[in-house]
Design a protein around this ligand. Structure first.
Ligand SMILES: Cc1ncc(COP(=O)(O)O)c(C=O)c1O
Length: 378
């Protein structure tokens, strides 16, 4: 399929310039059809949950392909916060000097779970942001021999700042610390596979660039070290070697793969996820990433051209999110004005946040440029 044709699969792009995938992705007709057909079957003859289980496994494999991992290293999780909680729960009472290093303005799902480790005696070191995100050198300066974990977002939700995963990962691993990466704003938008070797835990929920906005499922890559060290504290039947044979004790045969960290999942979400993810295989992820890069570059230029200058980022730290400091603009009023012109965007942490994904076209960006030219620049 020609990448530009993808737009036709997303009816909400008609008459609308949608720049809000960083909040929730749009539904393709395939996802909507998958849900409709599951509901029709449920209504007509009852729900066959094994279909949901199969869909979840297919979705796991699809995400594994996207991130360059084996499916056996990916667990199914309900949310980023649940995965961070699973990891945080692995930490015993701190020995003297033990610390964790996190970002000061990180999204709460990758912030609150670590903050609570202070209660177990950890020094929770918050690295201030520089230029919209975490600078690898600043993170390195907070790491020492007592560091047990470094956690950060691959891409900052409010600014689009993309972290240097490899550099931070190397500094963390040099002292034996675990590397936890929230991939919510990266996976599905741009490649992460080349950096996966520097990561112990990579989490991503389904509702943004993976295109299942109904949400209900997420994915958690676990390195060999993480799998070996962690206890699957949420284990239930789904964590069994053969889930459908694992309903009762006294035996406990947990899976030998990362699926021993699986949570019971929403079968509907799994059906939606499989349909949503099939698009990446069909298009070829590389083609989607290339298109996303082009669109993001065009968006940046258009904003500059309209006098709405985006957060300045070096090329290596750009993503598919482009944010503009709002200055004196009141977020709700500006978003309302844009909405009247058929433009959907968001405001986050003092920025107008705009995100592109494969279903955007150049004319969306043109519509935005025209609209912003008519509004006083911040
Ligand atoms: C950076 C980031 N992390 C995580 C999430 C979601 O967290 P959770 O899955 O805990 O709801 C979001 C947005 O929904 C986000 O923007």
């Amino acid at each position: 399929m020609d990448i530009r044709e993808v737009r036709r699969l997303f009816p909400a792009t008609t008459g609308r310039a949608y720049f809000n995938t960083a909040a929730v992705g749009l539904a393709s007709v395939r996802v909507a059809d998958a849900y409709r057909s599951a509901i029709a079957d449920w209504e007509a003859s009852g729900f066959d949950f094994r279909i949901g289980e199969q869909a979840a496994d297919d979705a796991r494999s699809a995400v594994a392909r996207l991130i360059g991992a084996a499916a056996a290293d990916v667990a199914l999780i309900p949310s980023v916060s649940a995965a961070a909680g699973l990891v945080a729960a692995q930490f015993d009472t701190a020995e003297p000097g033990a610390n964790v290093v996190i970002g000061e303005r990180e999204y709460s799902s990758n912030h609150f779970p670590w903050r609570q480790l202070a209660g177990k005696g950890y020094d929770v070191r918050q690295v201030p942001f520089r230029g919209g995100g975490l600078d690898a050198g600043d993170v390195g300066a907070h790491i020492d021999a007592g560091t047990r974990l470094v956690a950060f977002s691959a891409v900052q939700t409010a600014t689009g700042h993309r972290c240097d995963i490899a550099a931070i990962g190397r500094s963390a691993r040099a002292v034996g610390a675990l590397v936890f990466v929230d991939g919510s704003q990266l996976v599905g938008a741009l490649p992460v596979a080349p950096e996966l070797e520097h990561v112990d835990v990579l989490v991503v929920p389904d509702h943004k660039f993976l295109l299942n906005a109904g949400r209900g499922m997420g994915y958690c890559y676990l390195s060999a070290t993480a799998q070996e060290r962690f206890t699957p504290i949420n284990a239930g039947w789904k964590a069994g070697a053969v889930p459908l044979d694992s309903f009762f004790g006294p035996e406990m045969a947990l899976s030998s793969t990362a699926s021993r960290f699986d949570n019971s999942i929403s079968w509907f979400a799994a059906i939606g996820n499989r349909a949503a993810l099939s698009l990446f295989d069909e298009l070829g992820a590389a083609a989607a990433y290339a298109r996303n890069r082009d669109l993001a570059a065009l968006l940046r230029t258009a904003l500059d051209d309209a006098g709405w200058h985006p957060v300045e980022l070096p090329a290596s730290q750009r993503s598919t999110i482009v944010s503009v400091p709002l200055g004196r603009h009141e977020p709700a009023a500006l978003l309302g004005e844009l909405a009247e012109r058929g433009i959907v965007a968001a405001a986050r942490d003092g920025n107008l946040r705009l995100a592109v994904h494969v279903y955007n076209h150049e004319d969306d960006i043109e519509r935005l440029r025209t609209a912003l030219r008519g509004v006083a620049a911040p």
